[in-house]
Design a protein around this ligand. Sequence first.
Ligand SMILES: [Zn+2]
Length: 197
Amino acid sequence: MNKECEITRDLIPLYIDHISSDASKDYVEEHVAHCPECQKILNDMQSHITLPIDYSERLEEAKPITKLKKTINRKIIITATICVLIVLTFVSSIYISTKITYDIPSSDVTFYEANGKLLMKYKGHGALLYSAYASHIENSPTKEWHISFTQTFFERYIQPLYKKDKPQVLDSTKEVKAVYDQDGHILWQNKSLPNNE
Ligand SMILES: [Zn+2]
């Protein structure tokens, strides 16, 4: 190998990378124009330069990442769906539990007086709902109560889990003449009132 070839081959990498000086560039070009061996080396090295890989190849490389992203997305969707279902189930079961009602016989409720108040206490399990209306007695400060009792699933089974049932106040005793259930049975009578009232 002569000296010119040796210099040219040293310069070829710089030439390919476009970092050679103009003088070196001219030198390489002039030399390979009449030296087929160096021309071949130059051609071979140029063809080995990594050309920008095309987009489809990049996609191929990115596939594992895309797959991972899909897996994570699917996990997020599944988790979110489960959370929504749990909340919906919870809310709807509370709602439904307030729609199931049980009629409570008035014989299961005791009435008694304490500190001037007329109180009601349920003998059974859980809290009690009642609907009542009062009819005022003419020329008298007293009234008669008509009352019926119900429970929903909520009062019967859920409320006792976190709340202790307490007697409920219906009215102040001196204002009540009597309490009746929806069938007209007397549940409580104010014995301290004169009979003619
Ligand atoms: Zn040469």
